[in-house]
Structures are given as structure tokens and as C-alpha cells.
Design a binder for this molecule. Structure first.
Ligand code: PMP
Ligand code: GLU
Length: 405
């Protein structure tokens, strides 16, 4: 049956791209299902399992009948545990009423954008950025405005670059530190420079995505909400996915002014309701664990740090590849531009997407092309995999690249 002259899909959905991280993961899963030996370094999630003490809390929650609808913003006990965590780890004072729990940090970011952005409002996004920022902006009818960076500046922006990107349409500045995909990390002094710019523009809000806070190899994480002059306009986003190896549980949160928290509650109340009861009870247990004292978290961070060294060393052995030195998260974003324009038999590498497909089909390694993160000269490699797998993957990449001429 054909439809009438109206098209099936909305302009909104036609206008947004599929998540490149999830797309590459889907492709590599399909190849694996066909029996191919594919190494998937495309999805960003810890390869560790959720620690047992958190899993036990979920089992208790089921036994104790935490099986009903939850309050839209989350159980008060969880919101209080988040407030205590923000105080303990970040030196931030939030009342639990300023906190809303959602189905992952991705959901928190989408909620905030939908609550703050009017059509045409500009959202300033330093590139490289996490794939979903521009697409979520477009979902909210906003306009993504990118600030380019390069390896030379460790993929970080300067206060001047931020100031230059601001117009009278700017509504939000969003960034992640540690950054997905560059692993870069803004120091407190660097954040202060950015905060001083924001302080001069009272209509701009900041979304500070701190989901990789604990996976940080370079001293103490700093939150931009610490700067009192802008705190009321900062929305701190975090969650349990990365730090506690809980990606599948889908618990994220945001802390903001009461006005924004109430707006997010209203929005969420109309289209998702409160997050999973069982996952929330488990998240309380997770957040109560001080990351500095948790053996599980410390071991995970230590493993990521060792893998960073390994991957850096192996990538730097490949001719023509340039890297920064990631200080956090579990990604590396090497510059591969010297391979663009080369070919190998039926494969012509005209751009980073061609290179991604070449590495997938020829080397059987899934990575994500850098254009998905706003930088087509790079690719993103997730090193959340065992040392043996990483060595195998880097050797495969090296061999496939050597075959290009
Ligand atoms: N922000 C960044 C920078 C991320 O890498 C991710 C991981 N996909 C998220 C947010 C979303 O995390 P969550 O699993 O909590 O939705
Ligand atoms: N944060 C991960 C990534 O960037 C998970 C996938 C996603 O949600 O984008 O790969």
C-alpha cells in the first residue's frame, strides 16, 4: 500500500544522523554473527563487569519489591546519594531537589536541550565532540556551532575561541572533560578561563558532561560548576555508566537550578517517567562507594592507564600517525590524514569513513571515523579491551595501513 502525499517520516528524524558509534558496533556485531573474527574498538564502554556489591543491591531491590513506578525525578534516596557524591568528589553543594535522574547521561543531555533550546538557538560545541551533541541539538531545533581544535592544542579550546564563537543567539556551551573522543582533560585553571568568558554572557548556559570523571589519569577532576559566578547557569551531567561499569543499567543524572530541574521533571513525566526502579537502587549503592577507596574502580582505572601506554606506543610505531596523549576516558583520537588519498586494490581511501570501512573489512577491526566527532582527519579507537586484544588490533591496523599506497 502506498501512502498519501505526506511522507512517512518527520523532517526531524530525516535531519539527524544515526549514531556513528552505535552504527560501527552494529556492523561489527553483524560480521561477528557471520563467524568473522572482528575486534570491536568502536563502542565506548568499559569491558569490565559491574562490581558484585552493586549487583547484590539490584538483587535485593527485586526481592524487596522495588518493582513499581518510581518518582519521575528518581527516588529521593538516590537524589540524596547524588548530592552527597557531588559534595564528596566535586566540592559542589546541591540540594536533592536540584537533581533529576534519567535513563543515562544521554537522556539527561537530551532533556536539558529540550528544556532550554528555542528554535534557532545556537549550541556551542568544541570539536572533536561526542557524536550525540550536535544531533541532540538538532532534535531540539537548535543550531550546533562548532569550535575546531587540533592535536597541537591537545584538542582543547582557549577562552578566546569560546568568546569568538558567542553570538546573540548562543544559548548553551556543551563540552566533556575528560573528553570523548580525545581523552583530553581541562585543568581547573583552564576551566576558570572558560568560566570567566561565560560569566560575561548572562544568557548562556553550560552543560558540563563529566561522565568520564573517574577515568582520569592526571590528578584531580575539576567541575566548572565550582565557579560561583556561573554556578546557577551550569548543568552538571554525570552517571554511573562509565565510572562503575554500568552502561546497560541506564542511570544518568543532572544537577542544575531548581527551575531547570523542575522543567526536566515535567518533560520526563510526559515521555519516559522515572528510570528503572531496580537500576536506581543499584545506583545508590554504587554512588555511596568513594572512588578513591573502591578497589574495583581503582583497578579499572589502572588497567585503562596501562592500556593507554600500550596503544600510544603501538600507534606511534605506525608511520604517518600522530597522537595526543589522552589524560582520561578510554579513547585515543589519532590523526590518520597521511593515509587519506591512498588505495589498495578495490579500496580507495578518499576520507575517514572509507578508512573506517577499510579497517573493518580488511583488518577486521571496528573503529569510528573522526568525522562523526567533527574531525575527519582522525579516527577514534576505544581501548576498553584486554591487552591481548589491543595488541592484536594494533598489529592488524598497522598491517592494513602498510598495504595502502
Ligand atoms: N557523554 C559522553 C561524553 C559519552 O561518551 C557517553 C557514552 N555514550 C554519554 C554521555 C552517555 O552515557 P550514558 O550511558 O549514561 O547514556
Ligand atoms: N559513549 C559511548 C561511545 O561514545 C557509547 C555509545 C554511544 O552511546 O554513543 O561509544
Amino acid at each position: 500500500m502506498t501512502t498519501n502525499s505526506k511522507t512517512v517520516l518527520s523532517e526531524l528524524i530525516k535531519n539527524i544522523s544515526e549514531s556513528a558509534t552505535l552504527l560501527m558496533t552494529r556492523k561489527s556485531r553483524e560480521m561477528k554473527a557471520q563467524g568473522m573474527d572482528v575486534i570491536n574498538l568502536s563502542i565506548g564502554e568499559p569491558d569490565f563487569n559491574t562490581p558484585d556489591f552493586i549487583k547484590e543491591a539490584a538483587l535485593d531491590a527485586i526481592r524487596d519489591n522495588y518493582t513499581h513506578y518510581t518518582p519521575v525525578s528518581g527516588y529521593p534516596e538516590l537524589r540524596k546519594a547524588i548530592a552527597a557524591k557531588l559534595k564528596r568528589d566535586n566540592g559542589l553543594d546541591y540540594d536533592f531537589q536540584q537533581i533529576v535522574v534519567s535513563n543515562g547521561a544521554k537522556h539527561s543531555i537530551a532533556n536539558i536541550m529540550l528544556c532550554l533550546v528555542n528554535p534557532g538557538d545556537e549550541v556551542i560545541i568544541p570539536a572533536p565532540y561526542w557524536v550525540s551533541y550536535p544531533e541532540i541539538t538538532k532534535m531540539a531545533h537548535g543550531k550546533p556551532v562548532e569550535i575546531p581544535t587540533s592535536i597541537e592544542s591537545d584538542f582543547k579550546i582557549t577562552p578566546q575561541q569560546l568568546e569568538d564563537a558567542i553570538t546573540d543567539k548562543s544559548k548553551i556551551f556543551i563540552f566533556s572533560s575528560p573528553c570523548n573522543p580525545s581523552g583530553s582533560f581541562y585543568t581547573k585553571q583552564e576551566l576558570q578561563g572558560l568560566a570567566e568568558v561565560i560569566a560575561r554572557y548572562p544568557d548562556i548556559f553550560v552543560i558540563s558532561d563529566e561522565i568520564y570523571e573517574y577515568i582520569n589519569f592526571n590528578g584531580k577532576h575539576a567541575s566548572i560548576a565550582r565557579f560561583d559566578s556561573i554556578k546557577n547557569r551550569v548543568i552538571t551531567v554525570n552517571g554511573v555508566s562509565k565510572g562503575y561499569a554500568m552502561t546497560g543499567w541506564r542511570i544518568g543524572y543532572m544537577a542544575a537550578s531548581v527551575e531547570i530541574a523542575k522543567a526536566v521533571d515535567k518533560l520526563q513525566g510526559q515521555y519516559t517517567s522515572g528510570a528503572s526502579s531496580i537500576a536506581q537502587r543499584a545506583a545508590i549503592k554504587a554512588l555511596e562507594a568513594d572512588p578513591n577507596e573502591s578497589e574495583e574502580i581503582q583497578e579499572m582505572v589502572k588497567a585503562f592507564k596501562e592500556r593507554r601506554e600500550l596503544v600510544l606506543k603501538m600507534l606511534n610505531d605506525i608511520p604517518g600517525i600522530k597522537t595526543n596523549r589522552p589524560n582520561g576516558a578510554f579513547y585515543i583520537f589519532p590523526n590518520i590524514s597521511s593515509y587519506l588519498g591512498k588505495s589498495n586494490g578495490e579500496y580507495s581511501i578518499n576520507n575517514d569513513v572509507d578508512l573506517g570501512m577499510y579497517l573493518l573489512e580488511k583488518a577486521h577491526v571496528a573503529i569510528v571515523p573522526g568525522s562523526a566527532f567533527g574531525n575527519p582527519n582522525c579516527i577514534r579507537i576505544s581501548y576498553a579491551a584486554s591487552t591481548d586484544i589491543l595488541i592484536d588490533a594494533m598489529n592488524r591496523i598497522k598491517k592494513a595501513l602498510a598495504e595502502l599506497s
